[in-house]
Design a protein around this ligand. Sequence first.
Ligand SMILES: C[S@@+](CC[C@H](N)C(=O)[O-])C[C@H]1O[C@@H](n2cnc3c(N)ncnc32)[C@H](O)[C@@H]1O
Ligand SMILES: [Zn+2]
Length: 265
Amino acid sequence: MEKLLCPVCKKNMTLYGSCLRCENGHSFDLAKEGYVNLLTGSKSGAATGDNKDMARCRKSFLDKGWFEPLAKGLCEIINRENASRVLDICCGEGYYSEYISRNTRAAVYGFDLSKEMVRLAAKRKCGARFFVANMAAVPVADGFADCAIHLFAPFCDKEFARALCKGGVLVSVCPGKTHLWQMKQALYAVPYENEEENPTLEGFDLEETFNIKADITLTSPEDTDLLFRMTPYYYHTSQSDKQKLASLKELTTVTDFYIRIYRRK
Ligand SMILES: C[S@@+](CC[C@H](N)C(=O)[O-])C[C@H]1O[C@@H](n2cnc3c(N)ncnc32)[C@H](O)[C@@H]1O
Ligand SMILES: [Zn+2]
């Protein structure tokens, strides 16, 4: 657990038995699943990350391998970079952390604001380490990682730059223009393409952008429902439109991931 910082006083923490403790005596217990909750202070309702149902859907869907082309693409970048420490920022339930742990030589450190997400991630027992933490206060020393992955999650560029070493890479992924296009066609009369934006990030140069695309065919309404529940559309769609998707026996749709590779200056 080298170079982990205490979230209270920012001193180094050391593992004593099943407890991480800093030199000022702040301590954080390892949960039975093996993760550490590094959140401090009272949690307001908005600051708890994704809930149990979202975590369960994400895990059930991703574990079936539907987004594996993206996971493979991430490993290719990590191997090409010869990265030794990868931060999985907003790691969710740990599908990508596990994939990278098993298919690269890098040590993986995943963290997320949602305790339920991190609990599921730690249960994978894949060699990656998991923390409940806010991306605005990543609990690692300056320049700790040589790679960070950031998938479908909010930004905090200053903090990402601090946690990465000079020359390290931030691989940021968001939905590409045509992501889940046929699912959107089934739901809406007039579907819209996603925008592929390239935000300027403080402390980084944008080095490369590309798409990873693959068609998937979901042959059970349960899988289609899991996919739908993972998207923001689920929360902004009328009951009658939801019904259109639920009535499909099978759905073939494109998955389209937009990858941006930023280099730490
Ligand atoms: C759409 S999910 C993506 C999860 C994972 N990267 C994946 O692709 O499967 C977004 C995740 O960001 C987490 N999150 C939201 N705000 C956060 C914050 N401030 N700090 C850390 N995690 C956060 C949520 O709890 C949720 O797990
Ligand atoms: Zn401390």
